[in-house]
Ligand binder design. Structure first.
Ligand code: NAD
Length: 290
């Protein structure tokens, strides 16, 4: 039965490595790295995420600037806040928690963020940098998945990978990262024909769909590594996009839900914020440790 990939432990180690570099950064820059988080409205899940991001930021020795706006603010007010954060020298990273209320244009807000403070990596400039191999910011969840995969495999070169899901936030950047690692990458999605066959052919399966237990154990190639990004709230609790019990019987390694990919996302956000602070202030950060 598969090795369980302990994302919680890996994330704790990453946060510790980040913290050791925050202290020298502070000494050199005369201030802490700063992350601004903007929350519009009262969405329950978003409030929880924002609170834990703030806590993790402070625990890493960084400064957290939290902006909570009422659900009925207009686009201009939100754009003005983003402009102010772009101009604020104490802010190294800007994150606008999604989803935004329907009357707001999320894409316009993302595009208003200074790409060099876009620690979520959602700005089209950063998507383009990732696609062309230029330094920028990579979305936190797929970068966290890649860290876990590298930890399991060392090199990924030549492996067949399938990414199930093609969102701008997870699926597409995940596929770009795996391509950069010289995997042979298949991107599957809602219109894919014969998903089981695509999964069966893969040494690495990344599931980012949002459908509980969509991926069955019988689809997994024996010994494959399975990364389950899905977070689905069901009557029986949180479940991933993969049938965990079925898949762990055949896989070589698998992430649990919860405790797999989830804890990586915030740790990578802190990593991106520290890297941003280093670039902006001309303080060298050892990215190989991160
Ligand atoms: P999304 O809804 O934007 O995208 C889902 C993708 O799944 C789409 O590209 C769609 O084509 C594909 N899809 C839908 N039905 C399918 C099917 N039957 N077969 C194959 N593909 C299908 O979702 P997202 O933002 O990419 O998130 C995906 C999941 O990951 C969600 O459960 C979300 O909660 C979770 N998530 C977790 C983290 C984390 O920190 N662990 C971060 C982001 C998202």
């Amino acid at each position: 039965s598969a090795t369980i990939i302990d994302g919680k432990a890996y994330a704790a180690g990453l946060r510790a490595r980040i913290a050791t570099q925050v202290e020298p950064f502070k000494a050199a820059a005369g201030r802490a790295p700063g992350l601004a988080v903007v929350l519009v409205g009262e969405d329950a899940a978003s409030s929880v995420y924002v609170r834990s991001k703030g806590r993790a930021t402070r625990e890493a020795g960084m400064e957290s600037f939290e902006h909570r706006l009422s659900a009925d603010i207009d686009q201009a007010t939100l754009m003005a806040l983003v402009a102010a954060l772009n101009a604020d020298p104490a802010v190294d990273g800007i994150l606008v928690q999604l989803p935004l209320p329907a009357h707001l244009d999320a894409q316009a807000v993302i595009q208003a963020i200074d790409p060099d403070k876009d620690v979520d990596g959602f700005h089209p400039v950063n998507a383009g940098r990732l696609a062309t191999g230029l330094p920028g910011f990579v979305p936190c969840t797929p970068l966290g998945c890649l860290m876990l995969l590298r930890d399991v495999h060392g090199t990924l070169a030549g492996l067949d990978a399938v990414v199930v899901g093609r969102s701008n936030i997870v699926g597409k950047p995940m596929a770009q990262l795996l391509l950069q690692e010289s995997c042979t990458v298949t991107i599957a999605h809602s219109r894919t024909r014969d998903l089981p066959a695509k999964v069966r052919a893969a040494d690495i399966v990344v599931a980012a769909v949002g459908i509980p237990k969509l991926i069955e154990g019988g689809w997994i190639k024996p010994g494959a590594t399975v990364i389950d990004v899905g977070i689905n709230r069901t009557e029986t609790g949180l479940v991933g996009d993969v049938d965990f019990e079925g898949a762990r019987a055949v896989a070589g390694a698998i992430t649990p839900v919860p405790g797999g990919v989830g804890p990586m996302t915030i740790a990578v956000l802190l990593r991106n914020t520290l890297v941003s602070a280093g670039r902006r202030m001309g303080v060298s950060i050892d990215e190989t440790l991160l």
